[in-house]
Design a protein around this ligand. Structure first.
Ligand SMILES: [Mg+2]
Length: 394
């Protein structure tokens, strides 16, 4: 059976949310991201800014160099998470077969619906614009790989200051032809390095790649070779996986063997729990914008306190500091014996190493934490033991 898969991608998402908050930004060149003084990068830029060559992931300093009158807006991730939830709700109203792959992108499997893909895409696009106020682009194809590339192609072909709001449909059987003229890097699994290696072989387009004998790909890419060949032909059987990437929060708790009133003991637990949560965030390549602390008193009443961060983090130190502050605020007022303590992070977004002011001092720590994570993974037990003790729940 031929499947009907859609890839939905919000257009300049962070900027579109900012325009909803401040309509005077409409049509103006602006960028959301970190400040140039703190080595910030562009997280998202308006279509008017793109006309001046500004792109996301570009250092903000360079963006300002290209366009000195560029308006810079600091990211407000908690806000973007809210809007993302609203959009995902609308998508889920169409089908439960949704795989959210980032804050502003999702795959939908609408194979079972009688309407054609283009019609469903238009309907969903209109609904999200009317009900949430955000523009989006969609790709429709017989699989995820081609649907994703279709929406990318639709957006890339767009010119002008308005959002693309494109819908690109690749009919079944047209996959290989649709991909043929695109650069190899448009394919999953081909980054700049592989693209350069292929270019050395004279392979520049996906069509070139599809024509290459599988044996040659095997020589150059090993196990990945045959898979690349299939992808180049637009073949992809991977299912839309509704459970993937839907984690709403990451948290860990610890129940004491004996209830405690020791502030130091509790702070120590908060630190261990923060390390554990941070490690899980980094492992999933996620960062969170909301830190939550949970306390259960000896009489089983439970209290949670949360606060949002100026920007997303996956850093143990930031999580711990925030959690400790939340705890101490509560502790000043109520000092009952504590039975259980928990630390959680929500408002999850894909981790992006932005060199914002927040992160500059932490960049070193990030490398250190990565190294510790790797040690834990490699040598396991002894190093992990402490974290696992924390895993007991009541
Ligand atoms: Mg997007």
């Amino acid at each position: 059976m031929v499947r009907k898969i859609m890839h939905l991608d919000l257009d300049a998402f962070f900027c579109a949310v900012e325009e909803l908050q401040d309509p005077s930004l409409k049509g103006k060149p602006f960028a959301v991201g970190g400040l140039p003084e703190s080595r910030g990068v562009v997280s998202s830029c308006s279509y008017a800014a793109r006309q001046h060559g500004i792109r996301s992931a570009m250092p903000m300093g360079k963006a300002l160099h290209l366009l000195p009158q560029l308006i810079i807006i600091s990211s407000r991730h908690a806000h973007y998470s809210d809007y993302s939830d609203k959009v995902m709700q609308r998508i889920h109203q169409l089908t439960p077969l949704v795989e959210q792959i980032s804050i502003d992108e999702a795959f939908l499997d609408v194979s079972d619906m009688p309407e054609d893909g283009a019609f469903l895409a238009k309907q969903l696009q209109t609904r999200i614009l009317q009900e949430v106020g955000l523009p989006c682009s969609l790709g429709v194809a017989s699989n995820k790989l081609v649907a994703k590339i279709a929406s990318d192609v639709g957006k890339a072909g767009h010119r002008g200051v308005e959002p693309p709001s494109s819908i690109t449909v690749v009919p079944p059987g047209e996959e290989a032809r649709f991909l043929a003229s695109l650069p190899t890097q448009a394919l999953w699994g081909i980054g700049p390095k592989s693209a350069a290696r292929l270019a050395d072989l004279g392979i520049r387009t996906i069509g070139d790649l599809a024509r290459l004998p599988e044996r040659v790909l095997l020589d150059h890419f090993g196990k990945m070779g045959p898979e690349l060949h299939r992808r180049a032909l637009g073949i992809d059987d991977s299912p839309v996986n509704p459970s993937a990437g839907t984690a709403k929060s990451i948290s860990n708790e610890h129940t004491y063997d004996k209830d405690t009133r020791e502030e130091e003991t509790i702070l120590k637990s908060l630190r261990h729990l923060s390390e554990h949560v941070g490690g899980r965030l980094r492992h999933s390549n996620l960062a969170g914008t909301v830190v939550q602390v949970k306390l259960r008193w000896a009489d089983f009443t439970t209290l949670t306190r949360q606060t949002s961060l100026p920007c997303p983090t996956d850093q143990d130190g930031v999580i711990y500091k925030t959690a400790a502050q939340l705890f101490q605020k509560v502790w000043r007022e109520e000092r009952y014996a504590v039975r259980l303590v928990g630390v959680g992070v929500s408002g999850l977004v894909p981790a992006q190493r932005q060199l914002s002011l927040w992160d500059v001092g932490l960049e070193k720590e990030h490398k250190l934490l990565k190294a510790i994570d790797e040690l834990r993974e490699r040598y396991g037990e002894k190093i992990i033991q402490r974290a696992e003790e924390m895993e007991q729940r009541d």
